[in-house]
Ligand binder design. Sequence first.
Ligand SMILES: [Zn+2]
Length: 309
Amino acid sequence: MYQPFYASSQINRHGDFRSNKGLIKNIISDNNTKFVPVLNGKNLFRQSDENIEACFFNSEQLKTIYPNGIDNPIFLGVANNINYVGIDLDHNNSEMDLWCNENSIILEDLRKYGPTLNDIDASFLSLNNGMTFWHKTHQFCGSCGFKNNTTEAGFVKVCSNIECGKSHFPRTDPAIITLISYKDKILLGRSPRFPEGMYSTLAGFVEPGESLEQALEREVFEEVGVKVKNIRYFNSQPWPFPASLMLGFFAEAVNEDMNIDYNEIEDAHWFSIEELRSLNHPLISGGFKLPRVDSIARRLVDNWINQFN
Ligand SMILES: [Zn+2]
């Protein structure tokens, strides 16, 4: 079975550890624990020989830089008998800046180096990105506005107002992403946000009270005016940049007619198998690019191309 990028099957989140405060405390003081840092919303990498690798801390290093400890460490899980804890270093600390300089740390978006990392590291970094983003955006109770306290090793926030006491859980936003085909062609489009020349499958967020299939039909019709049939689920992929879960589908257009909404997308075309293989299209000058290799969009396209091999 296809294993999505950023969702390694070798990770055990051990939800059963989260309420065991003694165990979590031991994990945080254990020098074998790997601390996964985020700094100003970016991940920390370093050059190792030819490769870029993820940078982790141990508890000794952290104690030197942050003698007063780090707020709200998040127990992320276990892989190969090593515990991983997420930390947000997002506050001014000149020691940390110095350490980054001395160790030639590269601060970057995970999406830049994700595809070159090993499966476990990429998955823990992405999990931590999603969790620290949630912490940052849920410091206060959405119901009453009081400050939230953190519990369950970082996986639950509880309102500090005794009269409210609402619990808040990490959020992820479902989005459909779909490869539309018509006979031997597929439909790809581009948004102005995309890297230059990139064309991808259509995607959009699911709205409240909507099934995935309805969201797909609505998004496709809104963006390109195409009616679809035979919607078929493919696979999913966490995309915590910052908080999405991509749900991948195949669907067939009822005909080739398109009516592009240029407020939603910049361009869209039907692509033949030859055009996909050569990355050239008669209506796109200078050729085009397919989506990044770590994305489910690319897996949808590759999966479709492979049926012709
Ligand atoms: Zn509240």
